[in-house]
Ligand binder design. Sequence first.
Ligand code: PEP
Ligand code: MG
Length: 812
Amino acid sequence: MDLPVPCTVALSFDQVHDIAGGDLPDMAALLKPFGDQPLLCVRPSSEDPDWGGPGAVMNVGMNDALYVDLCDRIGADAASAVYMRFVQGYAINVARLDPDMFDGLTLQGSEGLRQVLSAYEAETDEAFPQDPVVQLSGVLQSMARAWEGTTARLLRQAKGAPADAGLGLVVQAMALGLGAGECGSGVIQLVSSQTGMPMVTGRYRSQSQGRDALQKEGTSIYLAKDPRGPSLEELAPAAFAQLIDYTAMMRVRLREEMQTEFTIENGKVHVLDGVRIRRSPRAAVRIAVALAEDGIIPKEEAILRVEPRALTEMLHRQVDPDAPREVIARGIAASPGAASGKIVFSSAAAQAAASRDERCVLIRRETSPEDIRGMHVAVAVLTERGGITSHAAVIGRGLGLPCVVGASDISLNLRRNTVTMADGRVLREGDEITVDGTSGVVLLGAPPLLESARDDAFQALMTWADDFRDIGVRANADTPADAQIARNFDAQGIGLCRTEHMFFDAGRLTVMREMIFAAEPADRRAALEQLLPMQRADFVELFRIMEGHPVCIRLLDPPLHEFLPSDKEGIRSLADALDLPVSDVAHRIEELGEHNPMLGLRGVRLGITMPEIYDMQARAIFEAVLEAGGGVVPEIMIPLVSARREVELVKTRIEAVAAAVRTASGRKFDYRLGVMVETPRAALRAGEIAPHAAFLSFGTNDLTQMTYGLSRDDAGRFMRTYVQQGVFPEDPFHILDYDGVGELLQIGAKRGRDARKDLVLSICGEHGGNPESIEFCRRAGFDYVSCSPFRVPVARLAAAQLAVRERLNSAN
Ligand code: PEP
Ligand code: MG
């Protein structure tokens, strides 16, 4: 590229791997290009700089002879500083001596150098090695071994690196950055790592080496002219202009936004390194879009360059700045976003909460790899200890999970499951708090949250993704708020609206309970009459928000006793409301109790035994269609089907309701009736069910539960042991079990389609938003996936990547 790079020799991933194992390359040959008195720098060059790795080691080759020479060139003080720095770095990183050994050695210049060399000698009983071969061998080995060490490997794996990720090393002649004329070093990049917006970013420091300019203390200056202080642009305008050109050229030639590490030696620019710039997810999107818009990479590649899961982070929520707030702890803002949930103190408790569909905040002293499972299901994490690179922070960012670490003013009592806040207030498991990982504060309760902003680059990338994507993406949305988020993220409809959540409002719950308590169908119908207008209003609102996009409404699913009170106080107030003796109410509640409610009277079984409930819901849906207008075609979904006859019975009644509404209103409307496949039998018998259903939607939560015979409410208790011991590779409630549950999906899809060519297939369990599940469903010929609203962009991008990759593979 005709860049002014000092003489450089690169060592490949394989060579570095061999070096870590003790097999050094031919050192004489390696050193030959650098002359008799080499002064070198060794730089890491890993597959992905975001995965971390050892820092560069400078001034390798520094010895007594070169010191004399350097004293002439740059003066004794600067030469001593260079030598001292190398001896210290070598002692700590190569000879593995205790860094404390240099504490208290305060002398500078040649005196200081003598002191440091004697300290080294005293500690090792050897003189500091003078031979460049010995020095370089030691440096290469220490860097290679640091990369292959367990801690480094685990850290980068947490960032998504494969187990065998490679490290290259680059041996380069030092461009000193010290001496006469304008000398110094710095780094430059042309966009912001935070936002990806054009902005000359970096620092320069005269008479410095490596990345010194980036350190806070000292005399670094700005690069471009800046009202806050002096700049390289003013100090050395020609060098500044060259650096801009080189960095811009690298962007075009390397097809990537680069950071240039440079040295200026007596006014002359040396480019030492070009590294793919670090970037936040927001910046990653903007950089990829800008590269495509500038014609440097095709749009397909821009789509592939953004990690779908990273979008979650840029789409994070914030605490409404205008809302009242009660700060109860402060710490380090480790991973952005805000979330509210109930406190849990262990991963097991987090998993148990998640299986009850409860949002939880995991509080730990600090986290370790054992906590990853709990973090996966928590909505936020708070730790007492740790910094910005602690385990909790790294993993939290990776997962896009709001996270505050190092909140040292809180105090955990893990025996009692309590946490004492700075003001002495004690919170218990189950208390609600909000973690704001953007500002590093913890708030009491659940203040209103603002949805994230979406910028133009995000919109552009999403539009391109939609052009390539060949599987639909809908959202699971139960409330108008969810539906609005889904629309904002361009979901192509609602794939699952769970109607039970609509009955938990205070005003409705009592009527719902009256309905449940009704002894006769007529009484039940009377209670349902009251629920009808409320339910109709719910649907009108959803239809209006979704503006003609399909809305798939699931008929009532949970066992009825879930709506009943379980404590004395609740039973007493229900007895009041129903004007019944407490003992009658308690008795009825007991009657409704089941040994195995998830396998009991729920889903379509309710629809068969108490058909008035589904009649009311169907009527509410149809009347809402007429009220909302605009050609809405609702989809009605029957849950927990296991037999064809269930579908026939429900279908007949729904057809009757539709006919009645059409006659009463004198207006026409269409609807589609479908079946939720969430029992293994429904998947196996899809061939006989499909003729009665316009669509099949696989509910992989229940299907996983029933395929494994594994309670989704209780699995958290032993899931960790199971995964640790390799019984399951992953928690199947999080990552779809392709082998077992997946086979049922394939069987259901094939038998269903064989029986009915135009059958629409989808997935609406929690797995629907996982890029891996999307791949599976796409291959099985599904029409769409449905996932929680915030995962819609992730799913859209993941789906586009699959289509692009397939196209690229078939072109090769
Ligand atoms: C399912 O079972 O996958 C599903 C989507 O329904 P729910 O989680 O409401 O049981
Ligand atoms: Mg279900």
